[in-house]
Design a protein around this ligand. Sequence first.
Ligand code: FAD
Ligand code: MG
Length: 343
Amino acid sequence: MKCCFCCLLCIFLSFPLFPLKKYSRTGFSMGTVLTVQFFTEKRNGNILLDELFALASSYERLFSSKQTYGAVYQLNQKGGGVVDSQILSLLKEADYYYRFTGGAFDYGLYHLIELWHIETAEEPPLAAEVERMRQKSGAKLVEFSDDGTLTLKNGVQIDLGAIAKGEILGLLGEYLKQNSVNHFMINGGGDIVLSGLFNGKRVWNIALKDPFSNEGTVGYMGITDRTIVTSGSYERFFMDKQGVRYHHILSPETGYPVENGVHSVTVISSDPSKSDALSTALFVMGVEKGIPFVNTLKDVQAIFIGKNSDGEVWIRCSSGISYGKDEFGSPVFHFSGEDKILE
Ligand code: FAD
Ligand code: MG
């Protein structure tokens, strides 16, 4: 009898006391659109949304190298020195991925990024200028000391743009979990952190953007408790007078935008900053080097989309993902093996 009562109590406690309510807000953060959506039985969701957007602004002030108020911007101006512990921790993580990817992910490219100024440029910079900035770029010039100080040698400057967005989205997710909100999607300019279930009922359906079409998608995936981050050449780019396209992901070796036939790389893992850093690195590595690299990693999957020199579009997935059709004939990405996350 006592046992029955315990079972009933457990069943009762595993259901929310109130029906789940949806909260959602879209704003602007980190130079892009930030959307937060969650489901909870709590009734203070709007207060949580206020707190989340305030938190996003405070992290943006910390990690921005673009705006003069950014702590990383100020660190660059000072040429290093004592570093805030949160910045130091992300810098060390960035340094790990710099080494781990053989320099494809390079957080020391600020001078080159500023020189190209993809957001407003109309013409590429002079080759001599690219070479001059390349000489004083690269994470190899960043030196960490045991006392938490940073030395920026040869005038090198830091840009955490290819890892900090993932980090911030992950921190926002942690804040929701600390407040007992477990069913959420946080989307910062197409980089997505997922937890729990949509409406507490089913996994999230995430569509993957077609890099060759303004509105189109190449397929969807049913997924949860993962982060999906895409690095692409189709949003931040300019076209010069000759019609040559220049985008924002730079080869640390040449100082020029990467041209290897890849147009987007989507990385899926359980760690937001890892997904972010690796999506940029894999874009730089290219598909032939990138797929075998990902296949050696646990908890990481990747989808590459590109175009051959004869104009043919291709999609290639790491070994844990297959690309097919669902029962209605719609293109779908399936997960298998250790990373089986599709319901
Ligand atoms: P990702 O592939 O994740 O990153 C590409 C970006 O990383 C490039 O734009 C460049 O900045 C840098 N990069 C290029 N090549 C490499 C490489 N080989 N290795 C490592 N990094 C590389 N954008 C604005 O327009 N205005 C802002 O005020 C602004 N503020 C921001 C503040 C913060 C804290 C963050 C995190 C981002 C901000 N951004 C802003 C956006 C930022 O500049 C990048 O465009 C964005 O973070 C890149 O993300 P992505 O997903 O587009 O591409
Ligand atoms: Mg990235």
